[in-house]
Design a protein around this ligand. Structure first.
Ligand code: 8DG
Ligand code: CA
Ligand code: CA
Length: 339
């Protein structure tokens, strides 16, 4: 979950030589998002952390960091302070700031964004306990997020996702063997643990932008019903024609897990699989590369950009590899996309 969790993705080879600096920068990024609602700074800190995480050695000064793409003078200065003192005074002060800590805490409830968290804190609701006494102030998604607060904080072991994947595939393919089902996100990147489970599903009969009430607009609802009947899905946070967000559990006494399901038309499936495999940072790097090579990519399609800057028609895509080929980016396996 991109959410509020401070995680550090090291490079594929496994080791992040700059984990201490990355942790501090990622905490600053959360602070900018939640307390200041400055998405520009939030992105800048995240970008800097990702660049540092991908370095093959420890960065020991701001001067050295400044040479890296995505690190400017202000962040370099902070890196100097961290390298010399092992900490950052700005972050120490944030830790002492009760309002900021309370906003971070409330924004870690699924469905509670920074703006809602600030509203709640302004009403003197500053703990999960107090939030439980004020559930009337929460919408349906936020109430479920609170109900499963402790469960949703827990990481999901890879083996459990494998079991959930097998159950979903069995029931959905028994219903119709033409479905194609991929678990994306950090699981597909090979991580040992994940924050949530991201299913991407396609079916030949599912076309984009069908009129409401057509059969295909009920397809995702059908999938959700099947998984409810299988006693896997326990709660729905939101359900549309193409996106389900909810909770699932392996058995009545297992931990509840956050589950996302997206249903895509076949033509968009591989762009979707690429996008929802991530990582977020990898997507950014790949999109930037695509632009340099005359293409624009998003979660739906790849389009060429003409010499006058006019964006052309989406090109047909039938595998992830093809997307890499189009933009002349050396293919990377999902496990190599962890930055
Ligand atoms: P996690 O759940 O184990 O914490 O990690 P994740 O699987 O990488 O993150 P996620 O939040 O479940 O998002 C899945 C992928 O969606 C992510 O790897 C890349 C893509 N994605 C972006 N930008 C964003 C974004 O702003 N929000 C979300 N939710 N996903 C995004 O590239
Ligand atoms: Ca997700
Ligand atoms: Ca995920």
């Amino acid at each position: 979950m991109i959410n509020n969790k401070v995680t550090v993705n090291s490079i594929t080879s496994g080791f992040n030589y700059n984990e201490d600096i990355c942790c501090i920068l990622l905490e600053l990024s959360e602070y900018e998002k939640n307390t200041n609602r400055n998405l520009f700074k939030y992105e800048a800190y995240k970008r800097a952390a990702a660049v540092l995480a991908s370095q093959p050695k420890k960065i020991t000064s701001g001067k050295e960091a400044l040479k890296l793409k995505g690190i400017g003078a202000k962040i370099a200065k902070k890196i100097d302070e961290i390298s010399q003192t092992g900490k950052l005074e700005k972050l120490e002060n944030i830790h002492k700031d009760d309002r900021s800590q309370a906003i971070n805490l409330l924004a870690s409830v699924s469905g509670v964004g920074p703006a809602k968290a600030q509203l709640l804190v302004d009403e003197n609701i500053t703990s999960i306990e107090q939030l439980r006494q004020n559930i009337d102030k929460l919408n349906h998604h936020q109430q479920i997020g609170l109900k499963y607060y402790d469960d949703f904080q827990k990481k999901i072991p890879r083996m459990e996702i494998e079991q959930i994947e097998a159950i979903v595939k069995k029931h959905i393919l028994d219903f119709d063997k033409e479905f194609v089902i991929t678990v994306c996100g950090s699981y597909r990147r090979g991580k040992a643990e994940s924050g949530d489970i991201d299913f991407l599903i396609t079916h030949p009969s599912f076309k984009k932008k069908r009129k409401k009430s057509s059969d295909s607009s009920n397809l995702l609802k059908k999938i959700v019903h099947i998984l409810e009947d299988a006693q896997l899905i326990t709660d729905t946070l939101s359900l549309g024609d193409t996106k389900f967000m909810g909770a699932c559990r392996l058995s009545p006494d297992s931990v509840a897990r956050r589950l996302d399901i997206r249903l895509l038309p076949q033509g968009q499936y591989y762009c979707g699989v690429l996008y929802f495999t991530g990582s977020d940072m990898f997507n950014k790097a790949m999109r930037a590369h695509a632009l340099e090579h005359g293409h624009t990519i998003n979660e739906y399609c790849v389009r060429p950009i003409g010499s006058l800057g006019v964006v052309g028609e989406a090109v047909p895509i039938s595998s992830e590899e093809e997307i890499f080929e189009y933009i002349q980016y050396p293919y990377k396996t999902p496990e190599e996309r962890n930055y």
